[in-house]
Design a binder for this molecule. Structure first.
Ligand SMILES: NC(=O)c1ccc[n+]([C@@H]2O[C@H](COP(=O)([O-])OP(=O)(O)OC[C@H]3O[C@@H](n4cnc5c(N)ncnc54)[C@H](OP(=O)(O)O)[C@@H]3O)[C@@H](O)[C@H]2O)c1
Length: 312
């Protein structure tokens, strides 16, 4: 099951995010298991440091004759230190070498805000001296270069707000295919999804289960997969709470990337297409929205291009 992007390529509805699975061997096992379970979409990023291990597993499955390169959809992202046009191209060239690939399917600007090349990759205590003021429109030029060079089939944005998207659209030769943002029932992003749909941009949702382990935001509401009412809905459909949540998110018209290292849950998360939620189930899930972010990147709130000062 997939959605068609504005450039004609299709992206599978469910992806596996390979973030924080730190051991290369564990990543390899998880990716191989996921391919056997039916996953064809893998969400990587330079900053995760997992590109090589993910690609190794994919190459092994290609060698075994289980899949071809054309069957899998591989995303990676350029990190904030490399927002200059020439660096964007160079970093993708490096990622391709790491992955032993000729092209990726989707390349994203990980965040609209940039850091200096000389700064740490996560300059938490360095203040303004670590920030670069490279305009993300320049970064987009580099992304377009990557398409012209054949290094990626599609390009897109991540964590951009509506004004930043409009600025990209005003200046772009190639329209972004996706905006990759946090989406879960506590932050259902309906306004952003509609805004993007009107511009023929697809939303891909990360942190779909809304588990607050990334940043430990104080007072963050309990994830909906622990909600008794969602559990009741799940039992009615002979599914799990996670399957109900993922089915709901897909019904919003988006793709999702989940992260999971547990073999049973990996299978569970892709087995969500054989049931339909009732209108009252959807109404309840809609009511869980609190517009509350897990991944607010709030250490960088004073950056000129910090994206989350607007409603969406
Ligand atoms: N672009 C960005 O800025 C950005 C930011 C954050 C994330 N992402 C992407 O999105 C992906 C997914 O986001 P995420 O990792 O934050 O969130 P997630 O998929 O919502 O949650 C992952 C966590 O939930 C646990 N889990 C999975 N299924 C579960 C279940 N059925 N019941 C209970 N716990 C369950 C996993 O543990 P187990 O491993 O034990 O299953 C893992 O600890 C990332 O890997 C990354 O690729 C992108």
């Amino acid at each position: 099951m997939s959605r068609r992007l504005n450039n004609g390529y299709c992206i599978p509805l469910i992806g596996l995010g390979i973030h924080k699975l730190v051991h290369a061997e564990e990543i390899r096992q998880v990716v191989k298991l996921a391919i056997d379970a039916g996953y064809r979409h893998f969400d990587c990023a330079w900053i995760y440091g997992t590109e090589a291990a993910v690609a190794k597993a994919i190459h092994e499955k290609i060698k075994e004759g289980v899949i071809t390169r054309e069957d899998v959809y591989i995303t990676t992202k350029v990190w904030n230190n490399y927002h200059q046009r020439k660096d964007v191209v160079e970093k993708l060239r490096e990622s391709l070498q790491e992955m032993k690939l000729c092209y990726v399917d989707l390349y994203l600007i990980h965040w609209p805000l940039g850091f200096k090349v000389s700064a740490n990759s996560l300059p938490l205590n360095e203040g303004h001296s670590a920030y670069s003021d490279v305009d993300y429109v320049e970064t987009w030029r580099g992304m377009e270069d990557c398409v012209y060079l054949g290094y990626t089939r599609s390009i897109g944005l991540a964590n951009f707000n509506s004004e930043q998207i409009n600025r990209i659209l005003k200046n772009a030769n190639i329209i972004p295919t996706v905006n990759h943002i946090e989406v879960h029932p506590r932050l259902n992003q309906k306004k952003m999804i509609q805004f993007c749909a009107q511009r023929n941009i697809l939303v891909t949702g990360y942190c779909p289960l809304g588990i607050n382990e990334m940043s430990g935001v104080p007072n963050f509401p309990e994830p909906t997969i622990c909600d008794e009412k969602i559990d009741e809905i799940a039992r009615k459909h002979h599914k799990t709470a996670a399957q109900v949540v993922l089915n709901y998110l897909i019904s919003l018209g988006i793709c999702v990337v989940t992260r999971c290292s547990n073999q049973f849950r990996i299978r569970e998360h892709i087995d969500i297409f054989d049931f339909q939620l009732d209108p009252q189930d959807v109404e309840y899930l809609d009511s869980c929205n609190r517009n509350q972010r897990i991944c607010a990147f709030s250490a960088f709130v004073d950056h000129k291009y910090y994206p989350f000062r607007l409603e969406f």
